[in-house]
Design a binder for this molecule. Structure first.
Ligand code: ADP
Ligand code: MG
Length: 341
Protein backbone atom coordinates (compact mmCIF):
# COMPACT_ATOMS: atom_id res chain seq x y z
CA UNK A 1 0.00 0.00 0.00
CA UNK A 2 1.42 3.37 -0.92
CA UNK A 3 1.26 5.92 1.81
CA UNK A 4 0.11 9.46 1.22
CA UNK A 5 -2.29 8.81 -1.66
CA UNK A 6 -5.06 10.90 -0.13
CA UNK A 7 -4.73 14.66 -0.31
CA UNK A 8 -6.95 17.64 0.32
CA UNK A 9 -7.72 19.29 -3.00
CA UNK A 10 -6.48 22.82 -3.61
CA UNK A 11 -9.28 25.38 -3.12
CA UNK A 12 -9.64 26.16 -6.84
CA UNK A 13 -10.18 22.47 -7.64
CA UNK A 14 -12.70 22.10 -4.81
CA UNK A 15 -14.49 25.22 -6.02
CA UNK A 16 -14.65 23.91 -9.57
CA UNK A 17 -16.20 20.63 -8.36
CA UNK A 18 -18.74 22.41 -6.16
CA UNK A 19 -19.58 24.75 -9.03
CA UNK A 20 -20.41 21.76 -11.19
CA UNK A 21 -23.06 20.67 -8.70
CA UNK A 22 -24.86 24.01 -8.74
CA UNK A 23 -24.30 25.04 -12.33
CA UNK A 24 -25.10 22.20 -14.64
CA UNK A 25 -26.65 24.09 -17.54
CA UNK A 26 -27.60 27.66 -18.44
CA UNK A 27 -31.03 27.08 -16.91
CA UNK A 28 -29.37 26.35 -13.53
CA UNK A 29 -27.73 29.79 -13.67
CA UNK A 30 -31.07 31.37 -14.49
CA UNK A 31 -32.74 29.59 -11.59
CA UNK A 32 -30.13 30.83 -9.12
CA UNK A 33 -30.31 34.42 -10.39
CA UNK A 34 -34.11 34.45 -10.30
CA UNK A 35 -34.04 33.00 -6.77
CA UNK A 36 -31.70 35.78 -5.66
CA UNK A 37 -33.88 38.47 -7.26
CA UNK A 38 -36.97 37.06 -5.53
CA UNK A 39 -35.15 36.77 -2.19
CA UNK A 40 -34.17 40.45 -2.62
CA UNK A 41 -37.85 41.37 -2.64
CA UNK A 42 -38.05 42.29 -6.33
CA UNK A 43 -41.41 43.34 -7.77
CA UNK A 44 -40.06 43.42 -11.31
CA UNK A 45 -37.54 41.01 -12.86
CA UNK A 46 -36.17 41.11 -16.36
CA UNK A 47 -34.40 38.07 -17.75
CA UNK A 48 -32.57 38.39 -21.05
CA UNK A 49 -30.52 35.65 -22.66
CA UNK A 50 -28.78 34.91 -25.94
CA UNK A 51 -27.92 31.61 -27.62
CA UNK A 52 -29.70 29.48 -25.06
CA UNK A 53 -27.98 31.38 -22.27
CA UNK A 54 -24.56 30.07 -23.27
CA UNK A 55 -23.47 33.43 -24.71
CA UNK A 56 -25.27 35.64 -22.19
CA UNK A 57 -27.69 35.56 -19.30
CA UNK A 58 -28.71 38.82 -17.65
CA UNK A 59 -31.11 39.20 -14.76
CA UNK A 60 -32.16 42.65 -13.52
CA UNK A 61 -34.28 43.22 -10.47
CA UNK A 62 -35.61 46.14 -8.47
CA UNK A 63 -34.87 44.44 -5.16
CA UNK A 64 -32.95 45.72 -2.17
CA UNK A 65 -29.51 45.54 -3.79
CA UNK A 66 -26.22 44.66 -2.14
CA UNK A 67 -24.52 47.15 0.22
CA UNK A 68 -21.24 48.49 -1.26
CA UNK A 69 -19.10 46.75 1.35
CA UNK A 70 -20.65 43.34 0.62
CA UNK A 71 -20.39 43.07 -3.16
CA UNK A 72 -17.12 41.11 -3.28
CA UNK A 73 -18.21 38.99 -0.34
CA UNK A 74 -21.32 37.85 -2.20
CA UNK A 75 -19.00 35.96 -4.57
CA UNK A 76 -17.19 34.07 -1.83
CA UNK A 77 -18.18 30.51 -1.03
CA UNK A 78 -20.67 30.01 1.77
CA UNK A 79 -21.21 33.75 2.05
CA UNK A 80 -24.90 34.48 2.54
CA UNK A 81 -27.06 37.11 4.14
CA UNK A 82 -29.93 34.65 4.51
CA UNK A 83 -29.03 32.33 7.37
CA UNK A 84 -26.65 32.70 10.26
CA UNK A 85 -26.91 29.55 12.38
CA UNK A 86 -27.76 25.85 12.32
CA UNK A 87 -31.17 26.68 13.79
CA UNK A 88 -31.94 28.88 10.80
CA UNK A 89 -31.57 25.82 8.57
CA UNK A 90 -34.81 24.45 9.99
CA UNK A 91 -36.80 27.51 9.03
CA UNK A 92 -35.50 28.68 5.70
CA UNK A 93 -37.95 31.14 4.18
CA UNK A 94 -35.74 32.23 1.31
CA UNK A 95 -35.07 30.36 -1.91
CA UNK A 96 -31.32 30.58 -1.37
CA UNK A 97 -29.38 29.99 1.82
CA UNK A 98 -26.21 28.07 0.88
CA UNK A 99 -24.16 31.00 -0.37
CA UNK A 100 -22.91 28.89 -3.24
CA UNK A 101 -24.64 30.20 -6.33
CA UNK A 102 -22.70 33.36 -7.12
CA UNK A 103 -19.23 31.84 -6.50
CA UNK A 104 -20.20 28.77 -8.54
CA UNK A 105 -21.45 30.88 -11.43
CA UNK A 106 -18.36 33.08 -11.30
CA UNK A 107 -16.17 29.95 -11.40
CA UNK A 108 -17.89 28.83 -14.60
CA UNK A 109 -18.30 32.10 -16.52
CA UNK A 110 -17.39 35.78 -16.74
CA UNK A 111 -19.65 37.76 -14.45
CA UNK A 112 -20.49 41.43 -14.02
CA UNK A 113 -22.69 42.90 -11.36
CA UNK A 114 -24.18 46.36 -11.05
CA UNK A 115 -26.01 46.89 -7.80
CA UNK A 116 -27.36 49.77 -5.78
CA UNK A 117 -28.63 49.10 -2.30
CA UNK A 118 -31.59 51.05 -0.98
CA UNK A 119 -30.46 54.37 0.44
CA UNK A 120 -27.11 54.39 -1.37
CA UNK A 121 -26.45 57.44 -3.57
CA UNK A 122 -24.69 55.48 -6.29
CA UNK A 123 -24.25 51.89 -7.44
CA UNK A 124 -21.27 49.56 -7.48
CA UNK A 125 -20.04 47.85 -10.62
CA UNK A 126 -17.85 44.79 -10.22
CA UNK A 127 -16.39 42.53 -12.91
CA UNK A 128 -15.04 39.07 -12.09
CA UNK A 129 -12.86 36.75 -14.12
CA UNK A 130 -12.18 33.15 -13.09
CA UNK A 131 -14.13 33.80 -9.93
CA UNK A 132 -12.02 36.76 -8.82
CA UNK A 133 -12.82 40.47 -8.83
CA UNK A 134 -10.84 42.27 -11.55
CA UNK A 135 -12.52 45.68 -11.80
CA UNK A 136 -14.63 47.74 -9.41
CA UNK A 137 -16.04 51.23 -9.74
CA UNK A 138 -18.85 53.45 -8.56
CA UNK A 139 -21.51 53.82 -11.23
CA UNK A 140 -24.97 55.36 -11.38
CA UNK A 141 -27.62 52.65 -11.25
CA UNK A 142 -31.28 52.20 -10.44
CA UNK A 143 -32.05 50.62 -7.08
CA UNK A 144 -31.66 46.88 -7.44
CA UNK A 145 -29.26 44.48 -9.07
CA UNK A 146 -28.25 43.43 -12.56
CA UNK A 147 -26.04 40.39 -13.00
CA UNK A 148 -24.61 39.49 -16.40
CA UNK A 149 -23.13 36.07 -17.06
CA UNK A 150 -21.18 35.62 -20.28
CA UNK A 151 -19.65 32.63 -22.08
CA UNK A 152 -20.77 29.95 -19.70
CA UNK A 153 -18.35 27.02 -19.43
CA UNK A 154 -15.91 28.66 -21.88
CA UNK A 155 -13.17 27.41 -19.53
CA UNK A 156 -14.82 24.01 -18.97
CA UNK A 157 -14.96 22.49 -22.47
CA UNK A 158 -15.96 19.06 -21.11
CA UNK A 159 -19.09 20.60 -19.62
CA UNK A 160 -19.86 22.58 -22.75
CA UNK A 161 -19.91 19.39 -24.78
CA UNK A 162 -22.79 18.06 -22.70
CA UNK A 163 -25.06 21.03 -23.26
CA UNK A 164 -28.04 20.74 -25.54
CA UNK A 165 -28.41 22.89 -28.64
CA UNK A 166 -28.96 26.62 -27.97
CA UNK A 167 -32.60 26.08 -28.93
CA UNK A 168 -33.00 23.27 -26.38
CA UNK A 169 -31.30 25.29 -23.65
CA UNK A 170 -33.49 28.28 -24.55
CA UNK A 171 -36.61 26.11 -24.19
CA UNK A 172 -35.47 24.95 -20.76
CA UNK A 173 -34.98 28.58 -19.68
CA UNK A 174 -38.34 29.75 -21.01
CA UNK A 175 -40.07 26.82 -19.32
CA UNK A 176 -38.40 27.64 -16.02
CA UNK A 177 -39.37 31.30 -16.36
CA UNK A 178 -42.97 30.29 -16.99
CA UNK A 179 -43.04 28.21 -13.80
CA UNK A 180 -41.55 31.11 -11.85
CA UNK A 181 -44.09 33.52 -13.32
CA UNK A 182 -46.86 31.24 -12.02
CA UNK A 183 -45.10 30.83 -8.69
CA UNK A 184 -44.90 34.59 -8.17
CA UNK A 185 -47.89 36.32 -9.77
CA UNK A 186 -47.03 39.39 -7.66
CA UNK A 187 -43.79 39.89 -9.59
CA UNK A 188 -43.76 41.29 -13.13
CA UNK A 189 -41.53 39.01 -15.21
CA UNK A 190 -40.16 40.08 -18.58
CA UNK A 191 -38.25 37.49 -20.54
CA UNK A 192 -36.26 38.21 -23.70
CA UNK A 193 -34.70 35.50 -25.84
CA UNK A 194 -32.22 37.00 -28.28
CA UNK A 195 -33.85 40.38 -27.78
CA UNK A 196 -37.32 39.02 -28.55
CA UNK A 197 -39.93 39.21 -25.78
CA UNK A 198 -41.15 35.69 -25.01
CA UNK A 199 -42.99 36.26 -21.72
CA UNK A 200 -44.38 39.24 -19.90
CA UNK A 201 -46.54 39.05 -16.78
CA UNK A 202 -48.37 41.99 -15.20
CA UNK A 203 -47.23 41.27 -11.62
CA UNK A 204 -50.64 42.25 -10.22
CA UNK A 205 -50.75 39.24 -7.87
CA UNK A 206 -53.55 37.56 -9.83
CA UNK A 207 -52.46 34.04 -10.76
CA UNK A 208 -55.03 33.95 -13.55
CA UNK A 209 -53.30 36.89 -15.23
CA UNK A 210 -49.92 35.21 -14.92
CA UNK A 211 -51.50 32.03 -16.27
CA UNK A 212 -52.90 33.99 -19.22
CA UNK A 213 -49.43 35.35 -19.99
CA UNK A 214 -47.98 31.84 -20.00
CA UNK A 215 -50.76 29.81 -21.64
CA UNK A 216 -52.86 32.41 -23.42
CA UNK A 217 -56.10 34.16 -22.51
CA UNK A 218 -58.27 31.37 -23.87
CA UNK A 219 -56.90 28.71 -21.51
CA UNK A 220 -56.88 31.16 -18.63
CA UNK A 221 -60.63 31.66 -19.03
CA UNK A 222 -61.26 27.92 -18.75
CA UNK A 223 -59.16 26.99 -15.72
CA UNK A 224 -60.90 26.39 -12.40
CA UNK A 225 -60.06 27.89 -9.03
CA UNK A 226 -58.58 25.50 -6.52
CA UNK A 227 -58.72 26.38 -2.83
CA UNK A 228 -58.77 23.75 -0.12
CA UNK A 229 -57.01 22.60 3.01
CA UNK A 230 -56.22 19.20 4.45
CA UNK A 231 -54.63 19.04 7.87
CA UNK A 232 -51.58 21.31 7.85
CA UNK A 233 -51.54 21.62 4.05
CA UNK A 234 -53.37 24.28 2.05
CA UNK A 235 -53.66 24.08 -1.71
CA UNK A 236 -54.59 27.07 -3.87
CA UNK A 237 -54.31 27.92 -7.52
CA UNK A 238 -55.74 26.83 -10.85
CA UNK A 239 -56.55 23.53 -12.53
CA UNK A 240 -57.81 22.95 -16.02
CA UNK A 241 -61.11 21.21 -16.74
CA UNK A 242 -60.72 17.61 -17.97
CA UNK A 243 -61.27 18.84 -21.52
CA UNK A 244 -57.88 20.60 -21.41
CA UNK A 245 -55.15 18.00 -21.58
CA UNK A 246 -51.66 17.57 -22.90
CA UNK A 247 -49.30 14.80 -23.86
CA UNK A 248 -46.91 15.42 -20.97
CA UNK A 249 -46.75 16.70 -17.39
CA UNK A 250 -45.14 19.99 -18.44
CA UNK A 251 -48.40 21.89 -17.91
CA UNK A 252 -48.48 21.05 -14.20
CA UNK A 253 -46.63 23.44 -11.88
CA UNK A 254 -46.42 22.72 -8.17
CA UNK A 255 -45.04 25.19 -5.66
CA UNK A 256 -44.28 24.40 -2.05
CA UNK A 257 -44.04 27.49 0.12
CA UNK A 258 -43.23 29.49 -3.01
CA UNK A 259 -40.61 27.08 -4.30
CA UNK A 260 -41.16 25.30 -7.62
CA UNK A 261 -40.70 21.57 -7.00
CA UNK A 262 -40.51 18.65 -9.36
CA UNK A 263 -41.91 15.70 -7.49
CA UNK A 264 -43.18 12.66 -9.33
CA UNK A 265 -45.50 11.77 -6.49
CA UNK A 266 -47.14 15.19 -6.44
CA UNK A 267 -47.43 15.43 -10.23
CA UNK A 268 -49.06 12.01 -10.10
CA UNK A 269 -51.48 13.21 -7.41
CA UNK A 270 -52.69 16.05 -9.65
CA UNK A 271 -53.33 13.68 -12.54
CA UNK A 272 -54.99 11.15 -10.24
CA UNK A 273 -57.53 13.73 -9.15
CA UNK A 274 -59.03 13.61 -12.62
CA UNK A 275 -59.65 9.87 -12.25
CA UNK A 276 -61.03 8.55 -15.53
CA UNK A 277 -61.98 11.95 -16.90
CA UNK A 278 -58.75 12.30 -18.88
CA UNK A 279 -57.94 10.13 -21.89
CA UNK A 280 -55.27 7.52 -21.18
CA UNK A 281 -51.73 8.94 -21.41
CA UNK A 282 -52.94 12.55 -21.24
CA UNK A 283 -52.18 15.04 -18.46
CA UNK A 284 -53.96 18.09 -17.08
CA UNK A 285 -52.85 21.71 -16.87
CA UNK A 286 -52.55 23.13 -13.35
CA UNK A 287 -50.67 25.64 -11.21
CA UNK A 288 -50.93 24.81 -7.52
CA UNK A 289 -49.52 26.58 -4.51
CA UNK A 290 -49.03 24.43 -1.44
CA UNK A 291 -48.45 25.97 1.96
CA UNK A 292 -47.00 23.80 4.71
CA UNK A 293 -45.59 24.55 8.16
CA UNK A 294 -41.77 24.51 8.34
CA UNK A 295 -41.63 21.22 10.22
CA UNK A 296 -43.51 19.40 7.45
CA UNK A 297 -40.97 20.09 4.73
CA UNK A 298 -37.18 20.02 4.38
CA UNK A 299 -35.73 22.12 1.58
CA UNK A 300 -32.17 21.30 2.53
CA UNK A 301 -31.85 18.24 0.31
CA UNK A 302 -30.50 19.01 -3.10
CA UNK A 303 -27.83 21.50 -4.21
CA UNK A 304 -29.73 22.33 -7.39
CA UNK A 305 -32.94 22.64 -5.33
CA UNK A 306 -34.93 20.34 -7.60
CA UNK A 307 -36.28 18.41 -4.64
CA UNK A 308 -37.73 18.99 -1.24
CA UNK A 309 -38.50 16.30 1.30
CA UNK A 310 -41.82 16.04 3.11
CA UNK A 311 -42.35 14.61 6.56
CA UNK A 312 -45.45 12.91 5.18
CA UNK A 313 -45.55 12.92 1.40
CA UNK A 314 -48.74 10.84 1.28
CA UNK A 315 -50.56 13.51 3.25
CA UNK A 316 -49.40 16.17 0.80
CA UNK A 317 -50.41 14.08 -2.21
CA UNK A 318 -53.80 13.48 -0.64
CA UNK A 319 -54.29 17.21 -0.04
CA UNK A 320 -53.60 17.86 -3.71
CA UNK A 321 -55.95 15.10 -4.87
CA UNK A 322 -58.79 16.31 -2.68
CA UNK A 323 -58.32 19.97 -3.58
CA UNK A 324 -58.26 19.38 -7.32
CA UNK A 325 -61.14 16.91 -7.13
CA UNK A 326 -63.24 19.45 -5.20
CA UNK A 327 -62.58 22.05 -7.88
CA UNK A 328 -63.55 19.62 -10.63
CA UNK A 329 -66.71 18.57 -8.82
CA UNK A 330 -67.74 22.17 -8.19
CA UNK A 331 -67.39 22.81 -11.90
CA UNK A 332 -68.87 19.52 -13.09
CA UNK A 333 -72.29 20.92 -14.06
CA UNK A 334 -70.52 23.32 -16.41
CA UNK A 335 -68.15 20.68 -17.71
CA UNK A 336 -71.00 18.35 -18.59
CA UNK A 337 -73.19 20.97 -20.22
CA UNK A 338 -73.44 20.29 -23.95
CA UNK A 339 -71.42 22.68 -26.05
CA UNK A 340 -73.63 25.30 -27.67
CA UNK A 341 -72.01 27.24 -30.42
P1 ADP B 1 -27.56 32.60 -1.25
O1 ADP B 1 -28.65 33.02 -2.17
O2 ADP B 1 -27.63 31.14 -0.94
O3 ADP B 1 -27.42 33.46 -0.04
P2 ADP B 1 -25.81 33.43 -3.42
O4 ADP B 1 -24.43 33.03 -3.77
O5 ADP B 1 -26.88 33.16 -4.41
O6 ADP B 1 -26.16 32.73 -2.04
O7 ADP B 1 -25.82 34.97 -3.06
C1 ADP B 1 -24.95 35.44 -2.03
C2 ADP B 1 -25.51 36.70 -1.38
O8 ADP B 1 -25.48 37.78 -2.32
C3 ADP B 1 -26.96 36.59 -0.96
O9 ADP B 1 -27.09 36.01 0.33
C4 ADP B 1 -27.42 38.05 -1.01
O10 ADP B 1 -27.08 38.71 0.18
C5 ADP B 1 -26.59 38.64 -2.12
N1 ADP B 1 -27.32 38.73 -3.40
C6 ADP B 1 -27.21 37.90 -4.48
N2 ADP B 1 -28.01 38.28 -5.48
C7 ADP B 1 -28.69 39.37 -5.04
C8 ADP B 1 -29.69 40.24 -5.62
N3 ADP B 1 -30.16 40.04 -6.85
N4 ADP B 1 -30.13 41.27 -4.87
C9 ADP B 1 -29.67 41.48 -3.62
N5 ADP B 1 -28.73 40.70 -3.02
C10 ADP B 1 -28.24 39.66 -3.72
MG1 MG C 1 -28.88 32.45 -4.13
Amino acid sequence: MTAGAIRVLPPEVAARIAAGEVVERPVSVVRELLDNAIDAGATRIQLAFDEGGIARIEVSDDGRGIPPGDVELAFERHATSKIASVDDLHRVHTLGFRGEALPSIAAAADVEILTRARGEPVGVFLALAEGRPVRRMARPAPEGTTITVRDLFARVPARRKFLGSPAAEARAITTLAAHYALAYPGIAFHVLNGGRRVLSTPGDDDIRHAFAAVYGADLARQVLDVAAGEGPVTVAGLAGPPSLHRGNRGGISIFVNGRWVQSRALLFAVTEAYQSQLPVGRFPVAALHLRLPDDEVDVNVHPAKAEVRFRDERLVARAIRLAVRAALEAAAPVAWRPVIS
